[in-house]
Design a protein around this ligand. Structure first.
Ligand code: ABU
Length: 371
């Protein structure tokens, strides 16, 4: 039966089929959290964010919300249904029997927390203490989907304890330097240990029957094994990108646009020995265009490679951030219609166009693209 805006249905098997229903995050009450092991390992060593924490300046929250609201309106004008989360109070500290943090993070970006696989939405474990309760921002929506769609499966991965045993102390010194970080990334020695399963949803890409998962700072091997056991009808593939000194989240590194075509960050190329499934099935992996900016915006955790953090609306249409002119030009050459979306001033809140969304419904079924 065709999708109808009047009826809630959760279903999405990949990153490119026609998008009908999506969640767009909110910048309300976003905080720069206090220092903690996994977060510190990600904040670039020369970043303006080191050593400061607290609620983000109100004018930056207002500006990010303006851009997120405009993006939601742009999607609605294309007949895509858009839902928005309900922000919790992120100033509240979190204390569990195992850790304490003085504030939380925000209700951005949803892609980090929610993984939609078919008719299921799975809340990720997360690996930052400040993001332990982030799923609560999305619970009103997930409750509504569960009540309205009898086939919807609302799942939550086991909450991790996040004791100090979850983090390698070697990553906690002030200055490590990129050369050492790259050496460690090549050895697959990341800030998170194998104490317990950890994953962020944004480390997972969906290719129908295949899930491709990045092993890095936010997702460990036990997290990937947990996903493998949780999705027994899928093939779960572990990938890593040794060129990335701060490896979190796959969606500024490896971006599928349609069956047979992936854009890959040229500084974080997929190693040859991990390309077999793509090569054997005739997929092209092309280098992404250079970002238009030399530096991220102020108070931003992410790299300039948010340029390739695009949202695919269907196999011929892609949303690209408005200032990312080189990425837009490349998309055009690759045969995609480009929808320009202004979002750069919201990057600091956790990411780009893919990050700030989470799929609710895309057309299509679970296909095997790598038989
Ligand atoms: N959340 C995506 C960030 C990845 C990057 O900083 O390149």
């Amino acid at each position: 039966m065709a999708w109808s805006p009047d009826k809630t249905e959760v279903k999405s098997w990949n990153e490119w089929d026609t998008l009908r229903h999506v969640i767009v995050g909110r910048a309300d009450d976003c905080h720069i959290p206090p220092e903690e092991p996994a977060l510190d390992a990600k904040v670039p060593e020369d970043s303006d964010m080191r050593g400061q924490w607290g609620r983000r300046p109100q004018e930056t929250i207002d500006r990010a919300n303006e851009l997120l609201d405009n993006f939601a309106d742009q999607l609605r004008k294309r007949d895509i249904k858009v839902d928005r989360p309900v922000s919790i109070d992120h100033a509240q500290p979190v204390t569990t029997p195992d850790f304490h943090t003085d504030s939380q993070f925000g209700c951005m970006p949803p892609r980090d927390v929610l993984l939609t696989v078919g008719r299921e939405m799975l809340e990720a474990t997360m690996s930052y203490r400040c993001r332990w309760f982030e799923y609560l921002n999305y619970r009103p929506l997930l409750k509504q989907y569960w009540e309205e769609d009898p086939r919807f499966r609302h799942e939550a991965a086991p909450k991790p304890r996040l004791t100090d045993a979850d983090y390698h102390p070697d990553y906690l010194s002030e200055k490590i330097g990129d050369a050492k970080r790259l050496e460690w990334a090549a050895e697959k020695f990341f800030v998170t240990t194998e104490e317990e399963p950890l994953f962020d949803a944004a480390d997972v890409l969906r290719f129908g029957k295949d899930l491709v998962v990045q092993h890095g700072f936010t997702t460990n091997l036990k997290g990937i094994e947990w996903l493998r056991r949780h999705f027994p009808d899928h093939r779960v593939h572990t990938v890593n990108f040794p060129g990335d000194p701060y490896p979190i989240h796959i969606d500024a590194t490896f971006t599928p646009l349609r069956p047979g075509l992936i854009v890959n960050n040229p500084q974080r190329r997929l190693p040859e020995d991990q390309r077999e499934m793509f090569n054997k099935n005739g997929w092209d992996i092309v280098d992404a265009a250079q970002p238009a900016h030399n530096t991220p915006p102020p108070l931003c955790y992410s790299s300039t490679w948010l340029s390739m953090n695009v949202l695919v609306l269907d196999p011929k249409t892609v949303c690209v951030e408005k200032s990312e002119v080189y990425q837009a030009e490349q998309m055009d050459k690759l045969g995609m219609e480009v929808v320009e979306v202004e979002l750069r001033d919201a990057y600091a809140f956790g990411g780009g166009l893919h990050c700030c969304t989470a799929d609710v419904y895309r057309d299509g079924d679970c296909e095997d693209y790598f038989p």
